[in-house]
Design a protein around this ligand. Sequence first.
Ligand SMILES: *Cc1c(COP(=O)(O)O)cnc(C)c1O
Length: 352
Amino acid sequence: MYPRVEIDLNKLRDNTKFLADLSQKSGIKIMAVSKVYCAIPELVKVQVEGGAEYIADSRIENLKKIKDIKVKKVLLRIPMQSQADEVVEYADYSQNSELETIKLLGQAALKKGKTHKVILMVDLGDLREGIWPSDVDHFVSEAIKIQGIKIVGFGVNLTCYGGVIPDENNLGQLVEIALKMKERYSLDLEIISGGNSSSLYLLLEGRLPKGINNLRFGEALVLGRETAYGNMVEGLHKDIFVLKAEIIELKEKPSVPIGNIGMDAFGQKPYFEDKGIMKRAILAMGRQDIDPNGLIPVDKNISIVGASSDHTILDLTNCEKEYKVGDVVEFYMEYGALLRAMTSEYVKKIFV
Ligand SMILES: *Cc1c(COP(=O)(O)O)cnc(C)c1O
C-alpha cells in the first residue's frame, strides 16, 4: 500500500544510543522528542531502549498513546488550561510559563493525589515561550506557594521562532538564573534543560556551559542533523525514514501549460520555466500527505515539479532508470515533510 513511510527501528535505536551515550559523558540526560512522529509507541520503545531518560512531546494526545510505556513523560508545549486534568494524568512533567495555568495543574494534581513536576521556561531572546528573565524571581516566589506541583527545573527554547542560536552567553544565563533560584528558594532542581537539536553543536564542540544537565532532541535523533547550522552529524543515521509513492501516470508533456494562466489549486499564480518536452510522472500522493518542498528524491536525477492535494508531479527527463507506471519512487524527507507524512492518516507507516 502506498504512499508509505518505512521506518528503520534499529537505526532509530542506534541514533538514540549514540546521542544518549555522548550526552552522558558530559553529565547530560536526554529527552527524546517524539512529536514529529506523533509518538508512535513502537518508535518510542526503541528510543527508551536506546537510553532516552525522558520522552517529550508537545501534545497530550501523543503522551496518552504511550501511557503504558514505562519512562518519564514530559509535555513540551505550555499546557492549555482546558487540558489541566489530562496533563496531570498523562505527563509526569510539563514546561510552563503561566502562573494561572500552574495553579490549575496543582488543583488537578491534588484531586488525583499526585504531585506534578514543573519545568519553568525562560525566554532568553527567541521570543516564543518563556518567562522574561527579570520576572523569573517574582514568578518563582509565587509558584512555590502552589500546592500539588513541584518546580523541578528550568529550561530554554531557542532557534524556533527567532532563529537565535544557543551559545555560552544565553545558556550561561539560564544556568545562572536556575542556580540563583535554587539557592534563594531552596529548590530541589533535577533539570536545567539547554534547548533542542540546535544546542547539539555546543555539546559536540565541548562548549556547553557547565550546569546544563538536560537536552531535548527531536530532529537530531530522527534526521541525524544539528539545527543551529544544519550540519549532518557524523555517527548518526540520516536515512531512518524513507517515503515511497507509486507512479500512476507517466507521459511526455510540455513544461509550460497551454492556455490563459489563472490560479493553481492553492490560489497562487504559478510561474513556469520552458524546459521543452519533459518526461513527467504523477505520484498518487499530494499535499494532504507531504510537503513537496521537503522531499529529497533518492534518485538524484529526479526533480519535483509541483504538487496539488492528491498528486505530485515529477520530472524524470534526466533519469537513467527507465521508470514505468506502477513503479515506486523513494524520498528522504526534511523535517516539515516528515511531520506531514507522519501526521497524515493516508500515509501508511511500516517498520523495517
Ligand atoms: C520541538 C521541540 C523540541 C525539539 O526540537 P528539535 O529541533 O526537533 O530537536 C524541544 N523543545 C521544545 C520546547 C520543542 O517544542
